[in-house]
Design a binder for this molecule. Structure first.
Ligand code: BJW
Ligand code: ZN
Length: 236
C-alpha cells in the first residue's frame, strides 16, 4: 500500500481502468462468478447481437432489471476517491467498462466508456440514439418514434467499441506513468489489453480487486480487498 501510494503521488500522468467490481459496493451485481447469473443466463448468453435478434424481449428484460437496480444505486467511496485523484493530477484519464453511469454521478469529468451507456437507446432502423432514464421502461421491447426496434446503447460481444474510443484509451494507457486497474476480471478484450499497453511504456500497474485476476501476474502491485475501502486509503 505504501509503495503504491508513493507511485501515485509521484506520477504526473495517471490512467484508471474500472470494471464491474467498483460498483459492487453500490449494490450493482458483477458479471462473473456466483453473482453473475440472471435467471439461468450468463452474460455471454445475453450480451450478444445474436441473443438480441433471437429474443429482444428476453434481453430487454435483463437490461430493464439492471436499469432498475442501478437507478436505486448511489456512487460509493471508490467512485468518489477517483474524482479526488482526478482533481490532483495534471494528466488523468478514466476508462471504464461499466455502463451504469455511477462515475458520472460521482462527479468524474471526461470518462471513456468503452462499453457504452445503459441509459441510452439506439434504433435498429434509423440509427437514432437518445437518452432514456425511465426504469422500468413502460413497454418491452421499447421502440423508436419511427417504429423501429430499439436496443440498449451498449457494446455486445463481437461488436466494435464506440468510434474513436479505443484509440483514446490506448493513448491514455501509453501516456500513463501509473495505471490503476480496479474491479475487473480482465477477461474481456480489448479492455484487458490496456495493462499490457501501459506496461510496454513502463507504467507502474496497480491492481485493486477482491481476487486474483487474469492479469495479476503482470501487475507491479496487487491490493486485495474492496475498492470502496482501498481506494480512499490509497488516495488519502
Ligand atoms: C471487486 C469487488 C469490490 C468484486 N472491489 N473488486 C482476444 C482479443 C481481442 C478480442 C477477443 C479475444 N477473444 C475474444 C474476443 C472478443 C470479445 C472478448 O473479449 N471475449 C472474451 C470473453 C474472450 N470481445 C469483444 O467482442 C469486444 N469487441 C471486439 O473485440 O470488437 C472487435 C471488432 C472490431 C471491428 C468490428 C467488429 C468487432 C466487445 C466486448 C463487449 C463486452 N460487453 C460486456 C457487456 C456490456 C453491456 C452490459 O453491461 O450489459 O461488457 S460483457 C461484460 O464483461 C461487460 C463488462 O464491461 C465486461 C467486463 O466485465 P468486468 O467489468 O471485468 O466484470 P466481471 O464480473 O468479469 O469482474 C468483476 C471483478 O470485480 C472480479 O474480478 C471481482 O473479483 C471484482 N470485485 N467486488 C474490487 N468490492
Ligand atoms: Zn428509428
Amino acid at each position: 500500500m505504501e509503495q503504491a501510494r508513493e507511485w501515485i503521488q509521484n506520477a504526473s500522468s495517471v490512467a484508471v481502468l474500472t470494471g464491474a467490481g467498483i460498483s459492487a459496493e453500490s449494490g450493482v451485481p458483477i458479471f462473473r462468478g456466483d453473482q453473475g447469473l440472471w435467471r439461468e443466463y450468463k452474460p455471454e448468453d445475453l450480451a450478444t447481437p445474436e441473443a438480441f435478434m433471437r429474443d429482444p424481449r428476453l434481453v430487454w428484460e435483463w437490461y430493464d432489471w439492471r436499469r432498475q437496480v442501478i437507478a436505486k444505486a448511489e456512487p460509493n467511496p471508490g467512485h468518489r476517491a477517483l474524482v479526488e485523484l482526478e482533481c490532483r493530477k495534471r494528466r488523468f484519464n478514466l476508462i471504464t467498462q461499466n455502463v451504469d453511469g455511477l462515475h458520472d454521478r460521482a462527479g468524474s469529468g471526461r470518462i471513456l466508456k468503452l462499453h457504452g451507456d445503459i441509459w441510452r437507446l439506439r434504433c435498429l432502423e434509423c440509427r437514432a440514439d437518445w437518452p432514456d432514464r425511465r426504469a422500468p421502461l413502460p413497454k418491452l421491447p421499447p421502440h423508436c418514434r419511427c417504429g423501429g426496434l430499439a436496443r440498449p446503447g451498449v457494446v455486445w460481444f463481437g461488436e466494435p467499441l464506440p468510434d474513436g474510443m479505443w484509440l483514446e484509451a490506448e493513448h491514455a494507457a501509453s501516456d500513463a506513468e501509473v495505471l490503476l486497474v480496479i474491479g475487473t476480471s480482465a477477461v474481456v478484450y480489448p479492455a484487458a489489453s490496456l495493462a499490457g499497453i501501459a506496461r510496454r511504456t513502463k507504467a507502474r500497474i496497480i491492481e485493486i480487486n477482491m481476487e486474483e485476476t487474469a492479469i495479476s501476474h503482470e501487475v507491479d502491485c496487487s491490493l486485495r480487498g474492496p475498492a470502496g475501502e482501498i481506494l480512499p486509503r490509497l488516495i488519502a
